[in-house]
Design a protein around this ligand. Structure first.
Ligand SMILES: NC(=O)c1ccc[n+]([C@@H]2O[C@H](COP(=O)([O-])OP(=O)(O)OC[C@H]3O[C@@H](n4cnc5c(N)ncnc54)[C@H](OP(=O)(O)O)[C@@H]3O)[C@@H](O)[C@H]2O)c1
Length: 214
């Protein structure tokens, strides 16, 4: 049994991960989020502790990490680097040495061709945060981060994905949140997978100049 902290716990993928961990493991979960009443349904669940806080609040994050084995960061937004810096500070202070970090395609300038050029402008406001976070985490190998770089997210009811390594060109244009959650659950069940690494996730055979629905 492991003790897992999920930061950004009301994120759409985080909610899937939480439900799967409760069903498939005996892990205990600390769910950290803004506006904790959104997860009021877990009140009374002995395996779940809900903490309200902002992911830039280092003292609050550090306190939430007491006794934690692994942190899963399901954050986002244009200020991602500031929450990444806060995670690094809190994990270092609390002595936690395993991080699963939600990044995105393009974080490593790895998306080739027309889709890469389109993606570059489509998420231009967010790419600096993913890229800066990748540098911050690379500079802190003691935190043993696995960065996940999914393609464009869908809410399709499917688990169907393949992976690319940090040195591979990115493949595909889309992937479901259920697939990302499946990969996260795999890493939580076996935290020795992909140490200090960055993994691309895509649905097979979805190559194109942009996601199919755009
Ligand atoms: N959309 C795409 O196609 C795509 C593709 C690849 C990667 N991504 C990345 O994947 C991430 C996760 O996707 P998702 O759909 O699972 O997430 P999501 O539903 O967008 O959730 C992101 C969560 O981050 C939380 N958050 C942001 N800043 C915070 C802070 N300072 N303190 C506490 N919480 C904070 C938000 O909290 P609040 O609910 O309180 O605002 C939100 O619940 C995205 O945010 C993006 O970075 C997206």
């Amino acid at each position: 049994m492991a003790h897992i902290l999920i930061v950004g716990a009301n994120g759409a993928t985080a909610r899937i991960v939480t439900e799967r961990l409760l069903r498939e493991t005996t892990d205990t979960l600390v769910l950290y989020l803004r506006n904790a009443r959104r997860l009021a349904r877990y009140a009374g669940n002995a395996r779940v502790t809900v903490i309200e806080g902002d992911a830039t609040d280092v003292p609050a994050l550090t306190a939430a990490m007491v006794g934690i084995d692994l942190v899963y960061a399901n954050l986002g937004g244009t200020a991602l680097a500031s929450t990444t810096n806060a995670l690094v500070a809190a994990m270092s202070a609390a002595g936690v040495a395993r991080l699963i970090f939600y990044s995105a395609l393009g974080a490593l300038h790895e998306v080739p061709g027309k889709f890469g050029a389109w993606n570059e402008q489509a998420i231009a406001a967010y790419l600096p945060g993913f890229r800066e976070s990748a540098k911050i985490l690379a500079a802190h190998p003691a935190l043993n981060a696995t960065q996940i770089r999914p393609a464009w997210l869908t809410d399709r009811d499917e688990i169907d994905y393949e992976t690319t390594s940090a040195d591979d060109p990115f493949r595909g244009t889309e992937v479901s949140r259920q697939s990302v959650a499946d990969f996260v659950v795999r890493l939580i069940k076996d935290p020795t997978l992909y140490p200090n690494d960055s993994i691309g996730l895509n649905k097979p055979n979805t190559d194109g100049d942009k996601p199919a629905w755009m």
